[in-house]
Design a protein around this ligand. Structure first.
Ligand code: ATP
Ligand code: MG
Length: 414
């Protein structure tokens, strides 16, 4: 039989790749906890409507990227392409819409049928945060500051730039949209074919177009800044003041519209020039209708998601594997004592392994190669005295110590 391969666009997390991945997750989880976020986990697959209702009929994710299938019972299910809609569904189905605000952290795999390339996969992983039930621009700034704190803690503070934009409220967007459509209609023939279709379905998406033809037209397109109503302008000003208060630097980028349809007011991306075309590492924005679409009350919220694979690629050095302690039984009768020692070390929170196979020489060679810092040797003679030999592999020094003291002695040193 041919050797089976992982499915295109998926990958195994093993060795250094796994360590980088875990480091991103653990760092994000730790920082998010300091901001009062609690971790939720929702199912990997949902009723297809959780996503089709919310992401918008014209978003790329819904029209082209979803892994949707009918299960054996005939229900239409979808492997989650993103986390936000599922968190909103969970807020409603767990009866939490009256217990707001909720600060939710999540992490895990997402699935999108995209063309695989560096930093772009079909199964990828995200860390994410949602602050549900607040409409304060200062808390948008705080949510963004938390994202930045995670990036800084990962050592990426200098590698990323925060770009922000406002998408205004629905009224402002409607006014701008009208002006945009009028402008694009006038220049219809100059638009790419894809954007000619977008013109009817979702003209805002044209702003996100990668086609050179479309981009040329954008320079003279009506600017959203001129269509913001008072309320939207107030929000936008307060967001930028808030970011100043939190000490997070930003640049304004009017092109940020975000790929999903549900955003309003705040939209932002942390970008890097170190990953080629896949430069966005953490992105999000404010939304309002999502919880209502799940059958709950209208609930203002702000959130973001970060791509773990992209963040892991950016990490300078892979997190190190902690050095361990090897335990070796060298006597005929000392195995029970060796098992006792290795378990006592583990109970003390230390990494320890029994080294069992081969001659003593072979075992010591293997231990040296493993990068262990200490070896505990249990021989018949020492055991009679209640002792073991403790060898420091770095200093190449050995001394006899009471077995009962081994965990305490090593806890101080390792
Ligand atoms: P992009 O413009 O790169 O397609 P997006 O707007 O579709 O991103 P979001 O839905 O906002 O991305 O997801 C948040 C983050 O998740 C992205 O900034 C990126 O880091 C990561 N991400 C999104 N899609 C993928 C993918 N297919 N493979 C790896 N990471 C991804
Ligand atoms: Mg995308």
């Amino acid at each position: 039989m041919n050797q089976l391969q992982p499915v295109r666009g998926t990958h195994d997390l093993i060795g250094e790749t796994a360590r980088r991945h875990a480091h991103v997750v653990e760092t994000a989880r730790r920082i998010a906890a300091t901001y009062g976020y609690e971790e939720w986990a929702t199912p990997i697959f949902e009723d297809t409507r959780v996503f089709s209702r919310t992401l918008g009929d014209t978003s790329d994710v819904v029209t082209k990227e979803m892994y949707t299938f009918e299960d054996r019972g005939g229900d239409s299910l979808t492997l989650r392409p993103e986390g936000t809609a599922a968190i909103c569904r969970a807020l409603v189905t767990n009866g939490l819409t009256q217990t707001l605000p909720q600060r939710v952290f999540y992490q895990g795999p997402m699935f999108r049928y995209e063309r695989p390339q560096k930093g772009r996969f079909r199964q990828f992983h995200q860390i994410g945060a949602e602050l549900l039930g607040t409409a304060e621009p200062l808390l948008d700034a705080e949510t963004i500051a938390m994202g930045y704190a995670i990036l800084k803690e990962l050592g990426l503070g200098d590698a990323v730039t925060l770009e922000i934009n406002t998408l205004g409220d629905p009224e402002s967007r409607a006014a701008w949209r009208e002006a945009l459509v009028a402008y694009f209609r006038e220049h219809r023939d100059a638009l790419s074919e894809e954007s000619q279709n977008r013109l009817e379905a979702n003209p805002l998406r044209i702003l996100d177009s990668k086609s050179a033809q479309d981009r040329a037209l954008l320079d003279d397109a009506p600017a959203f800044a001129n269509y913001l109503n008072d309320e939207s302008r107030r929000f936008w000003d307060a967001l930028r003041r808030g970011l100043d208060m939190f000490g997070v630097a930003f640049v304004e980028n009017p092109r940020i519209v975000r790929g999903l349809d549900y955003y309003s007011h705040t939209a932002f991306e942390f970008v890097t020039d170190k990953l080629g075309a896949q430069g966005t590492v953490l992105a999000g924005g404010r939304y309002e209708g999502l919880v209502a679409q799940m059958g709950g009350p209208v609930t203002p919220a702000i959130g973001w998601a970060g791509g773990i694979e992209r963040l892991a690629l950016l990490l300078d050095a892979p997190p190190e594997v902690k050095a361990g302690i090897a335990v070796v039984s060298t006597g005929g009768e000392t195995m029970p004592a060796a098992v006792g020692v290795v378990q006592a070390l583990r109970n003390a929170g230390l990494k320890a392994e029994l080294e069992l196979r081969g001659s003593l020489k072979k075992r010591m060679e293997r231990i040296a190669k493993s990068g262990a810092s200490y070896v505990v040797l249990l021989g018949d003679e020492e055991l009679q005295r209640g002792n073991a030999q403790l060898r420091d592999l770095k200093l190449r020094a050995q001394r006899e110590v009471p077995i009962a003291d081994v965990p305490r002695l090593l806890a101080d040193e390792v």
